[in-house]
Write a protein that binds this ligand. Sequence first.
Ligand SMILES: Nc1ncnc2c1ncn2[C@@H]1O[C@H](COP(=O)(O)OP(=O)(O)OP(=O)(O)O)[C@@H](O)[C@H]1O
Length: 654
Amino acid sequence: MSTQIAESRTFKADPVSHAYSWVTGRGLGRFVAELPKIERFEEQFKTKSDRELRKYSLGLRHRAKSGESLARLLPEAFALVREAGRRTIRMRHYDVQLIGGMIMFNGAIAEMETGEGKTLTATLPMYLYALPGNGAHLATVNDYLAKRDAEIMAPLYEMLGMSIGVVEGQMPSDARRKAYACDITYGTSKEFGFDFLRDRLLIRQTREQGLGVLGTLMSKEEEQNELPVQRGAYYCLVDEADSVLIDDARTPLIISSIPGEAEERAVACYRWAAEMAKEFTEDDEYEYDHDRKSVELTIEGRLLVRRLAKPPELDPVGLVDLYDYIERAIKVARDFHFNQHYVINDGEIVIVDESTGRLAEGRKWSGGIHQAIEAKEEIEVTVATGQAARITVQDMFIRYPHLGGMTGTASTSAAEFKKIYKINVIRCPTNRKVQRKIWSDRVFGTEEAKWEAIIEEIRELHAIGRPILIGTRTIEKSEHLAQLLEAEGIAHEVLNARHVAIEAEIVARAGAPGKVTVATNMAGRGTDIKLSQEIKELGGLHVICTELHDSARIDRQLVGRCGRQGDPGSVRQYMSLDDDCLRIGYGPIRAKKLAAIGERATGELNSYASLFRKAQRKIERKHFGDRKVLLYHEKMRKKMHREMGQDPYLDSPD
Ligand SMILES: Nc1ncnc2c1ncn2[C@@H]1O[C@H](COP(=O)(O)OP(=O)(O)OP(=O)(O)O)[C@@H](O)[C@H]1O
């Protein structure tokens, strides 16, 4: 299949009429041709009892296990799932959702507009791939979505005799094994990846009949007769495929080896330095380089390090190392802030991705920064020990012989998907015509002028009762906007992606009359915003984008919160000449010049809008380049390991 992105097509709303009136084009034609076959089976299934449907499903399973191709079984399987959906959860898959399901079945990424019902669409390929009994996995971006989606869809699967399991963080091994033993398993890519690594370590340990690294990693009970939890990789459907396969591609999942004496000493150093950092003041004991964001102790600072009281564990540590620990502790105290750069979940530091505002689970800062922050926050210091096992998110998914994806925003990265994963992106038509109105961009000279105009727009729309959702680039900026709203006396909610479950509920209510919600772009992603008739008549939800992100995909995520399922809605993009994206895209010199123009200007500078989008494309190209380099290095690393007869996942250097 070649990379084909079909142009937008107009469809008749499915529940109203069975007849579909689209212009078939390249890429979609063969899927459209399957629809009448599915409908014929559906007619037949409508007359069957629940028991008969289940029996039919068992028959399909038997045929798949006997080697009948899944592609041949597709019309029957999809018709069964559609009928089960209608009976159990009162949702009959739209024709466009059947097309989405076929795209995902065929190893491609279905790009479906936000709100088009990806959760329901996923049941189609998941059921079909579960038939042969090798297990079908659905990877979501967080535990909350895995659990929520599995719970919603469970009655549908169960009616067809399929078992469904969820893998969550903090789950014991036997519960994990049970979840993987199910026909269908929902979980995050992080959990799937760590389970793969733990199993691999276990298998090696069993083979070597020794305790080795893992012997000490596991508890006593686990040591006895521990079995792998996974059954191997067969089919994985990746939800929010752009975010997982592209944004998180570089994230390595790492299992560390056991700390020894040296690591215990390192913990003592981090803790001591964190406690002592406050004794040092800028320009007296240390100098701070604002461009490089680095800290260097002065002579006085070094003398102070010598004088400070130290616990006995630090006796063997050289002075030069102690200077490093102190410099790092000062840097962390100055530059890394709780609730802005990181949050603490279950006693662990979780990085807040500054470009998306999303929690970057599993990611760590390097160069001892992560540990220095842990010491500052007085939580367990996870010393950087040797790696017992590692895999990148990219590698983990490449292992699945059958891979599919779904997302609202992939086509801007279609070339990258093709190049890195050899996977196509196919855009799915919408069930109802998109009614979202894109209001013209507004560009201002300074951030201050921009905020003023934003507040003005909020005030006007709020006065007529329209709900407004405002997306900011960082948590800090969302808090700044919140203060401005406070000063205006406009009641609002602020979401910073800290509590995924609660925030999903708040986003769900963002469409209520007069609601003003401020959020980083990723907060509440995957949550449906329902509108009342009254709000629809007012024009629906209005979305304000306060700045361009490093990637157009992330902007589109926010845009997609309104105009869902044919609802009315509007969007406006704001920019200012001192925005981060100009600095990152064009470098500090040109950015300074632009900012100076902005300082002098008055009123709106809307003709500059294209300059911002150009900067964004430059940043996207740079990130794509970085990811290609990563892929090359990973490939070379694995090749080297294989040539040396080693396991690329277990024998990695630090
Ligand atoms: N075939 C259907 N019949 C009735 N309701 C449906 C159907 N498909 C989806 N829906 C409803 O549409 C809403 C949106 O679905 P869902 O949240 O899965 O969309 P989404 O594509 O995942 O959105 P996002 O991209 O924002 O995550 C839900 O309330 C769901 O119940």
